[in-house]
Each structure stands twice: as structure tokens, then as C-alpha cells.
Write a protein that binds this ligand. Structure first.
Ligand code: GTP
Ligand code: MG
Length: 205
């Protein structure tokens, strides 16, 4: 597993509290309760790494995890790599002031973070492409930030239904480079290997 050995670094309320903007990182974004933290745990193979919850709006922080440094390039320099769990978006019970705060911080994060190599957008396969998801994809297309979409909770659908949902969305986003998509489930492990490889590729980008 290219993402093993992840460790908690810190939780931040503001972009400027995140680890130094060096090396390479990939951020996990998605609506509240979509399954971001569960996906992070499944991908790193570390069950208790990111806190998950049945209550939407659990992650009200930006949480940074470090991966073991990788050696790359001709000079074989060690490069710091990180995964960032962004706060869930769009949960109505979170006070408006808090939602406004995260709207602002997520936007700032995407615009200022130079080490950001790509986004993993976590989408519940049963409720795909709500306003937040489209906003994130539009941003990635406009700025050519690579985005890999995990259509998660696929265990809630039959295999055929899941494949059908993927086909429909792929058609919609056919022209939208640089977006890729796959079916995923943290619960039964569907697509975990494919997603690990995709995240590793983003980190190398
Ligand atoms: P916030 O941090 O609140 O925004 O949520 P999150 O996006 O981090 O979601 P989290 O990983 O905490 O999961 C939310 C709920 O969905 C939990 O009850 C998880 O057990 C469940 N869940 C997450 N992924 C899957 C999945 O692939 N399949 C199923 N069946 N349930 C899942
Ligand atoms: Mg979470």
C-alpha cells in the first residue's frame, strides 16, 4: 500500500495553522457525512486514523496526516507528503457562522496552498453531484487541479446500479479534464486499491 504509515500531525481551524506549505499534499473534500474520514482510513489502512461519525459535521477542522517521505527525481531528495481531511460541507445543523467560516477557509486553502497536488472528492454514490461537488469540480477544471472522485458507499447499491451511476457521471464529465472517477466503498473495500494508486499518482504530480 503506497499510503501506509500515515500519522496524525495536527488539526487546524485556519489555513495558516496547517503544516508548512512544502512538499506535496492531497486534500479530501466532500459534503458532510459523505464518508471522507472513512475513505482516509480505508486508503491508509489505518482504522482509527481519522475520526468518523454517524453524526454529520463531525470533522470541523482541517486535519493533516503525514506520510513517510518518498524519494523522487534525479537528486533523490526526500519529499514530504501529506493527506488533508477537509471539514464536511453543507450540513444544515452547523451554525451559519461556522459554515461561512469553512466556506472561506476551504476557498482560501484551494487558492493559496502551493503544495496541493490534487483533490479527492468524496461523493455518496446515491446522491451524486450536489452544489458543493459541482463547485469543487468547476474549480478543478478552471485551475487544472487534478481531481479524483470516489463514488463511495457503493455497498449500498447493487454492482449493476453502481456501474450504471459511474457510467452516467463519466458521460456528464467526459470533457471535464482533469477529472477521474471510480466506484468505492470503505465498508467492503470496493475500489480501495484503485484509489490508493490514484492518490499516489496525485502526490507525484
Ligand atoms: P464529516 O466529517 O461529518 O463531514 O463526515 P465524513 O465525510 O468524514 O464521513 P464519515 O467518514 O465520518 O462517515 C459518515 C457515516 O457514513 C458513518 O456512519 C460511516 O460509517 C458511514 N460510511 C462511510 N463510508 C461508508 C461506506 O463506504 N459504506 C457505508 N455503508 N457506510 C459508510
Ligand atoms: Mg470527517
Amino acid at each position: 500500500n503506497p499510503l501506509q504509515g500515515a500519522q496524525f500531525v495536527l488539526a487546524a481551524h485556519r489555513v495558516n495553522q496547517l503544516p508548512a506549505d512544502e512538499g506535496a499534499e492531497v486534500a479530501f473534500a466532500g459534503r458532510s457525512n459523505a464518508g471522507k474520514s472513512s475513505a482516509l482510513n480505508a486508503l491508509t489502512g489505518h482504522k482509527g486514523l481519522a475520526r468518523t461519525s454517524k453524526t454529520p459535521g463531525r470533522t470541523q477542522q482541517m486535519v493533516a496526516f503525514s506520510l513517510p517521505p518518498t524519494r523522487r527525481g534525479e537528486t533523490s531528495q526526500a519529499i514530504e507528503t501529506r493527506l488533508i481531511d477537509l471539514p464536511g460541507y453543507g450540513y444544515a445543523k452547523v451554525p451559519e457562522a461556522m459554515r461561512e467560516h469553512w466556506r472561506h477557509e476551504i476557498d482560501a486553502y484551494l487558492h493559496v496552498r502551493r503544495s496541493l497536488r490534487g483533490l479527492v472528492l468524496i461523493v455518496d454514490i446515491r446522491h451524486p453531484m450536489k452544489e458543493f461537488d459541482r463547485m469543487m469540480l468547476d474549480f478543478c477544471v478552471a485551475t487544472l487541479l487534478p481531481c479524483h472522485v470516489l463514488l463511495t458507499k457503493a455497498d449500498k447499491l447493487s454492482r449493476n446500479q453502481a456501474a450504471q451511476a459511474l457510467a452516467v457521471l463519466r458521460k456528464q464529465f467526459h470533457a471535464s479534464m482533469p477529472v477521474s472517477m471510480q466506484v468505492f466503498s470503505s465498508a467492503d473495500g470496493t475500489g480501495v486499491d484503485e484509489a490508493r494508486a490514484a492518490v499516489a499518482r496525485l502526490l507525484e504530480g
